[in-house]
Design a protein around this ligand. Structure first.
Ligand code: PRX
Length: 582
């Protein structure tokens, strides 16, 4: 097969020898145990992600190295060394213990990307909690659903966001305490369940005896969407840090002197695996920018902090492309040496554009909330085959299975992308849904839910999802959760939700809605339904477009046929309609 490799030995071009200098050799010699051997473990046995990320550096020659360069959305900046973070996270662990936290209790965060959120997450891990970071863009019902599902005891949030969830707290009997971070010292009256972060931190000691955790103890929960049912809590154990560490080192190619920036929010697994644990377990300085996307602001961050390694997502890259190369040229971006991307298919034009705008291509990699760390990647030593996700990380075995998920298919044939179960950061369960978890495995393979092909050289090519899940701007949206939210609107009788193509976000959410008797379609009603959805869902999950239909196509058993809605929307063949209701 002929490809158009556009990069040859790119990291040699920037004069940095890649950590992974020979893929085949690395693959042959790779042992996960050796990766574990590069971490410290707890004295006397055990493993804790927080110790690997912070404490081990804070106790050695790197203690005064800046771990976090924080840039607020208003331009304020702060710096935290490993030793600062060591003390602050110890304090927060003490705060939680004083409030009665027990090992394995769930501590959630719901806030913007401010240092206290990072400190809380790491402090909670030290105290033996299971952490659940949530996007600040979630509406009250989305927060309630997640906290309720795993019976969270603590929520760390801000005055503004506490205001969003106050109305739901009574429906969450397990939620004992809201810890309020009040950076701006705004007037904020705390109710009986709420305590002040700053006051408790000031009183707490900066020494803490880390809770003894084992590699298999649960550590992190991220909620993710499937085709049916509510979002599921994907649970990771402390051993996940072995995967974070190894892939940050050998895929993101992090070196000790790098300044690294991952643009993802910790509400998404990328923002924890690679926006907290991967870089810090490697002792690398990282930038966290609180603000949202704006091409000029992003370039300013790169210029100001002299970012060397940058990890972002295709939608953001397409937005930068839209802003134009001219904007990039106004900034000194010469510090950049390595660029990576994840979350959605990275279109070849975006790779080529990176080459033009920065003199560097984006390296695509593939993984999921469930996999915990990167599984398939383009590496600095290899040519990029534009459009391919790359080759499996050494230590990961990937394959393509047939429609029954039984037989491995030869190169070139499309099927289910599957991974040999058992890598350290593989998810350990779906919270309270063990049966669903078990159903994701077949004959020792984890079935990813993606369809793909593999070429004769072992490069994997993404084809699409095997289910109805929508990928909008890199975020997975389950149509069922959107439909469930919409039918709660007083005017909505039924709703069917699909993804429709979008030049920037890859897909956007579109809803087809039939109305209850007595309601008439109107633009105002559409706006009202959208406003209603915003309260219940993450902002990206809210339907961008709504069409009213007199009725929705359903199977004889009453299931809405999203496939048919999609085919009709896109003008594609309708396929088998024999199960369609008369
Ligand atoms: O469908 C694939 C898509 O995103 C899904 C995983 O989403 P999530 O669990 O939210 O992601 C967490 C961290 C990435 C995958 O099943 N996806 C992810 N990366 C790629 C991708 N699709 C195509 N190319 C990629 N590089």
């Amino acid at each position: 097969m002929e490809y158009d490799p556009i990069v040859k030995g790119q990291s040699h071009r920037t004069g940095v020898r890649p950590n992974l200098s020979d893929y085949e050799e690395f693959w042959r010699d790779f042992r996960w145990e050796e990766m574990m051997g590069e971490l410290d473990g707890l004295e006397g046995g055990g493993l804790n992600i927080a110790y690997e990320a912070i404490d081990r550096h804070a106790r050695g020659p790197m203690k005064d190295k800046v771990a976090l360069y924080w840039e607020g959305r208003d331009g304020r900046s702060e710096e935290y060394t490993f030793s600062d973070l060591y003390r602050l996270t110890n304090r927060f662990a003490n705060v939680l213990k004083r409030l009665g936290l027990g090992k394995g209790d769930r501590v959630f965060t719901y806030g913007d990307r401010i240092p206290e959120i990072y400190i809380s997450l790491i402090g909670a891990l030290k105290a033996g909690a299971v952490i659940g970071p949530l996007f600040s863009a979630f509406g009250p019902d989305a927060v309630k659903e997640r906290l309720g599902d795993c019976e969270a005891r603590f929520l760390v949030t801000t005055p503004k966001l506490a205001g969003v969830v106050r109305g739901t707290v009574d429906d969450l009997p397990s939620l004992e305490t809201l810890i309020i971070i009040n950076r701006e010292k705004t007037a904020c009256e705390l109710n009986e369940k709420e305590v002040d972060y700053e006051a408790l931190m000031t009183e707490a000691s900066h020494s803490f005896d880390m809770e003894r955790t084992d590699k298999d103890d649960y550590a992190i929960i991220h909620y993710t969407s499937g085709t049916t049912g509510k979002p599921k809590g994907v649970v990771h154990a402390h051993e996940a840090v072995v995967g974070h560490y190894a892939t940050a080192r050998y895929v993101l190619d992090l070196h000790r002197d790098d300044i690294y920036w991952c643009t993802a929010d910790p509400g998404w697994v990328t923002g924890t695996s690679y926006g907290i644990f991967g870089p810090w377990s490697n002792g690398v300085s990282q930038v966290v920018y609180e603000g949202g996307f704006r091409a000029t602001n992003w370039y300013r961050v790169i210029e100001k902090y002299k970012v060397t390694v940058w990890y972002s997502a295709p939608t953001a890259i397409r937005m930068l492309m839209k802003a134009g190369e001219g904007v990039a040229q106004k900034f000194d971006l010469s510090s950049l040496r390595y660029l990576c991307s994840v979350g959605e298919p990275l279109n070849p034009e975006a790779i080529l554009w990176g080459n033009r705008a920065f003199g560097l291509p984006f390296h695509d990699n593939w993984w999921q909330t469930e996999t915990g760390c990167i599984q398939i990647a383009n590496y600095p030593v290899q040519d990029i085959r534009p459009g391919s996700m790359g080759r499996p990380f050494p230590g990961v075995r990937a394959t393509i299975l047939d429609d029954n998920c039984e037989k491995e298919l030869p190169p070139g044939e499309e099927g289910h992308l599957a991974l040999r179960a058992g890598w350290p950061s593989m998810f350990r369960t779906y919270w309270n849904m063990q049966e669903l978890y078990d159903s994701r495995f077949r004959n020792g393979w984890y079935i990813t839910g993606d369809r793909a092909t593999m070429d004769p050289d072992g490069y994997f090519w993404f084809v699409g999802r095997a289910d109805d899940v929508i990928n909008t701007a890199g975020h997975l949206v389950g149509p069922f959760e959107v439909e469930s939210a919409l039918v709660e609107h007083p005017a909505v009788a039924e709703a069917g939700v699909i993804g429709v193509p979008d030049p920037l976000a890859m897909e956007v959410v579109k809803a087809f809605v039939s109305l209850k008797d007595g309601y008439e379609p109107s633009e105002e009603l559409k706006r009202d339904i959208k406003r209603f959805a915003r309260k219940k869902l993450h902002s990206v999950a809210c339907p961008r477009k709504i069409d009213f239909l007199p009725g929705l196509p359903k199977t004889k058993s009453g299931k809405i046929m999203r496939r048919l809605l999609k085919a009709r929307e896109l003008g594609l063949p309708e396929g088998d309609t024999s199960t369609l209701e008369e």
